[in-house]
Design a protein around this ligand. Sequence first.
Ligand code: BEZ
Length: 387
Amino acid sequence: MQIRNNFSVRLLMTAALTVAAMGAYASENVKVGLMLPYSGTFAELGQNITNGFKLAIEEKDGKIAGRTVEYVELDDESAPAKANENANRLIRRDKVDVLVGTVHSGVALTMARVAKNTGTLMIIPNAGADELTGALCAPNIFRASFSNWQVGYAVGALMAQKHKTAVSLAWNYAAGDEQTAGFKEAFEKRGGKVIRHLSLPFPNTEFQPLLTQIATIQPDAVYSFVAGAAQVKLTQDYHAAGLKDRIPLYGAFLTEGTLEAQGPSAQGMLTALHYADGLDTPKNKAFIEAYKKSHGEAPDVFAVQGYDSAQLFIAGLEAVDGDTSKKEEMIQAMQSAELDSPRGPLSFSESHNPVMNMYIREARGDQNVMVGMAVEALADPSPDCEM
Ligand code: BEZ
């Protein structure tokens, strides 16, 4: 009896020592803070990012390196003025291990400053603000989506294949200004000329006065950036104004995720983006099938970006066996990750921004079908990033 008791005590002590050696983290949940828009113009984008993120985690039975994933979700309302308080709440009160967000560039810029000051790991699943992987870049900040320069540049490369003059139309905040700059750079480098820039405040959708100006100026084509629910209003107003067949309308996101609501107003439109429906790869096919099974609808680029944000986090956390205190090792693994994304091969530049193909797509029925390549393996030059 005595011998058996001693044996039990030794067993218990060994188990306790093993747990201690693994670190207290092993039995703790890993906390993911999802700071995204769940209301307003970008609500659907926030939801689809969440769906994509959770799908990648579900594919691992809800655990990364043995640690159960727990979510704290916060509606950022696409409100830059509330971003500081919201990000601090997730980091200081909820003690999240990673901050995932957001859609709106202005909100993300504030989040990145908070992440940088507190050393919190941040993964950006949409916002394109160039500064995030430019002047504000940091070892703990990663982007799994695109830079505004990248998506604008791809559309400029596409439009220059077909047109000589263009007018640009965009919301006048970081995303609109920077995407338009990327567009202009690529378009003019290839011989095009941007003859006028028209803008309106975010999230305004009163396009009529701008469309009247376009009809008067008569450019060869129009470049645009608005997103989410506003895409539907823009293509419908453009069609109703009789411009669709006279002056082709382009954009990166213009027809993404909204084709059903846009109806005939978007059919035939060409866009350039880092995803196309029905890309013929095993990964994309499996992703579409799994997403449809979970959510009853096909995924869009925002769901893909959410999925890849989770894939990137998984790559980092698995490399350190779930030990988030090994920050440097984790960052190293994320930086060198080569992900099999539904969008195609996905790697990361030194500034932690995606390097990826930019596809030309045509809106046909309910799909943005790939019809060519705008730019292969496009990397943001990130000239202002000093890690
Ligand atoms: C942005 O604010 O960066 C953004 C929002 C929606 C779509 C694309 C970019």
